[in-house]
Write a protein that binds this ligand. Structure first.
Ligand code: AP5
Ligand code: MG
Length: 185
């Protein structure tokens, strides 16, 4: 059966790193809402112009800019074999939206991965990476937003029985091996 994978996990936990590897292995698209927004900013599109201020502050971009974008992406043909969502959903309202969307596209199987990494390791990784939003202040806010708005999403999926918690504080290859074991069984 086609696999729909969702990556949860705080900023710096390795969602993007692992989603990219897994997408290549499974030959399915890697859909990162953060990357879509950063590319919109780089191209100065209306979406990018509206989203930039929120991202620079470490706040979530409002749903009215995100939900249609995700709906359109999951209606494309290349998702029929499966897909990986990285950075979506990150609030309970986005998770309920995704459930409705999955009904719309007749998608049954969902595999949700939560990458766990200690707080100080996250900060260390992000400061070393140095993306536009990897300043000390913005990292602090992104982690708070994760705690306030995205952590409840893990409970949402735990109740659905779809949640897999993975230790992300290991070498990337070890993390990938755990993910393969989860997704391919
Ligand atoms: P987004 O782009 O999703 O960023 P994030 O959640 O803050 O996460 P990061 O991309 O920083 O971390 P990651 O978990 O992908 O880790 P990575 O693999 O890069 O969102 C950015 C912003 O966009 C949000 O703040 C928000 O404003 C907006 N946005 C996006 N989606 C939204 C949505 N759905 N709704 C509303 N707003 C939204 O790894 C980090 C570093 O660690 C890298 O340098 C990597 O090389 C290294 N690393 C990775 N794995 C390991 C390992 N195992 N060991 C050592 N180092 C490692
Ligand atoms: Mg990322």
């Amino acid at each position: 059966m086609a696999t729909g994978v969702v990556f949860l996990g705080p900023p710096g936990s390795g969602k993007g790193t692992q989603a990219e590897i897994l997408a290549k292995l499974l030959e399915i698209p890697h859909i990162s809402t953060g990357e879509i927004l950063r590319s919109a900013i780089a191209n100065s599109t209306p979406l990018g112009q509206k989203a930039k201020g929120y991202m620079d502050q470490g706040e979530l971009v409002p749903n009215e800019l995100i939900l249609d974008m995700v709906r359109e992406r999951l209606h494309e043909q290349d998702i029929l074999k499966g897909w990986i969502l990285d950075g979506f959903p990150r609030s309970v309202s986005q998770a309920t939206f995704l459930d409705e969307l999955l009904n719309e596209i007749n998608y049954a199987a969902l595999c949700v991965i939560d990458l766990e990494v200690p707080h100080d390791v996250l900060i260390d990784r992000l400061l070393k990476r140095g993306r536009q939003d990897d300043t000390e202040e913005t990292i602090r806010r992104r982690l708070e937003v994760y705690h306030e708005q995205t952590e409840p999403v893990t409970d949402y999926y735990r109740r659905q029985g779809n949640l897999h918690i993975v230790d992300g504080n290991r070498g990337p290859e070890e993390v990938t091996q755990s993910l393969k074991d989860i997704v391919q069984t």
